[in-house]
Ligand binder design. Structure first.
Ligand SMILES: Cc1cc2nc3c(=O)[nH]c(=O)nc-3n(C[C@H](O)[C@H](O)[C@H](O)COP(=O)(O)OP(=O)(O)OC[C@H]3O[C@@H](n4cnc5c(N)ncnc54)[C@H](O)[C@@H]3O)c2cc1C
Length: 319
């Protein structure tokens, strides 16, 4: 085992996902503690993309037809090959659909510990990973020993800007290993853009289960109209059919980063935060003063959303 930190890059159609740079931001702090290098596993990416990976001391680029599109089987085999080449003390993946597949597969293959839902990692002694559980209500620290180990970081736990460095790290090319080929990539289904593109709006009024019922969404619509905003929602509202899927923010919905995000009656579960944490200014209105949304909010009102919406809409319309 080396003291290196292996970061698994995520990318789609030639562009890195923010998760990659968030992982690099955390890896920079961790590598400073271990004294090792940051090595990036770039599976299926173009070598030209490496110029964005200046935070890394080295990139291992796995190429081949089988890894052009994400496939848990061939990407799993590719990551295994990179792991064997690097022998890292810690492997970091994003807690994303792809990361969940890769981290658990590698943990089982290598018989090494894996901590998921992580928001912090400390390697000053043994490897300690802090996981956020129960919708953000509880943080649990796991001691993963000396390593090797895997941590899956929750998206949004670091600023991607802290990991985005241009440069020319040395690149090692590896051919993708042969697999049984039981899993085949069929096609990429793009997220539907829907009636309103909530990813393009500067202001969003997002409603959660605290709104109570479908008819009550009207108060949010009135506030949104006053602000020239769009109404978005947490997943339970979409599952209940109160808003279309195109309005869902979060892990299984859309990622948004408006200038202003007003969260009405949204608790702030990690799956929701994943989709909106990068918003410029977050204003949360919630009757529960311990709601996790207040941990990411720039402004918080521990009030009933109906009272606030009514007063706010009136005040804006008056102006
Ligand atoms: C694999 C997976 C994917 C997921 N993907 C998503 C996703 O993409 N997006 C998403 O949002 N969730 C997602 N979830 C669900 C997520 O875990 C939460 O269950 C969900 O975000 C909770 O929605 P909520 O905050 O609206 O509801 P709740 O957690 O029920 O919170 C309601 C809040 O409203 C407050 N409240 C009640 N009445 C009032 C009032 N009158 N005024 C003010 N506040 C009030 C309460 O205090 C509470 O905090 C996913 C879950 C899983 C397992």
């Amino acid at each position: 085992m080396t003291q290196d930190i292996l970061v698994v890059a995520e990318h789609l159609k030639g562009s890195f996902e923010d998760t990659t740079f968030e992982l690099l931001a955390v890896a920079r702090k961790v590598a400073a503690q271990t004294g090792g290098r940051i090595v990036v596993a770039l599976i299926g990416g173009e070598p030209s993309m490496c110029s964005e990976l200046g935070a890394a001391g080295k990139v291992v680029n796995v190429t081949g037809e089988a890894v052009v599109n994400f496939n848990p089987e061939s990407h799993g085999a590719a990551l295994d090959a990179v792991f064997e080449a690097v022998k890292p003390r810690m492997t970091m993946v994003g807690y994303t659909s792809m990361g969940m597949d890769l981290a658990s597969t590698l943990a089982v293959k290598k018989e090494i510990p894996h901590a998921a839902f992580c928001v912090e990692v400390d390697v000053s002694g043994t490897i300690n990973a802090v996981s956020q559980l129960y919708g953000g209500k509880m943080n649990v620290t796991s001691d993963l020993g000396e390593g090797p180990c895997i941590v899956s970081m929750l998206p949004g736990t670091a600023s991607p800007d802290d990991g985005r460095v241009s440069g020319n790290p040395p690149v090692e090319q590896i051919e993708v290993p042969e697999t049984d080929g039981k899993v085949r990539f069929s096609r990429l289904i793009e997220a539907e853009s829907g009636d309103v593109d909530i990813t393009a709006k500067e202001v969003l009024v997002a409603v959660g289960r605290g709104i109570g019922g479908k008819d009550d969404i009207e108060v949010a619509e009135e506030l949104a109209e006053a602000l020239d905003a769009a109404v978005a929602g947490s997943r339970p509202l979409i599952d209940a059919g109160w808003l279309p899927k195109s309005r869902q923010v979060g892990k299984s919905g859309l990622k948004v980063a408006p200038k202003v995000y007003i969260a009405l009656g949204i608790s702030g579960a990690p799956e929701h935060l994943e989709g909106m944490k990068s918003s410029g200014t977050i204003i949360a209105i919630n009757t529960d003063k311990n709601a996790p949304i207040f941990a990411v909010a720039h402004y918080g009102l521990n009030e009933d959303l109906f009272d606030v919406c009514e007063e706010l809409t009136e005040a804006i319309n008056e102006r």
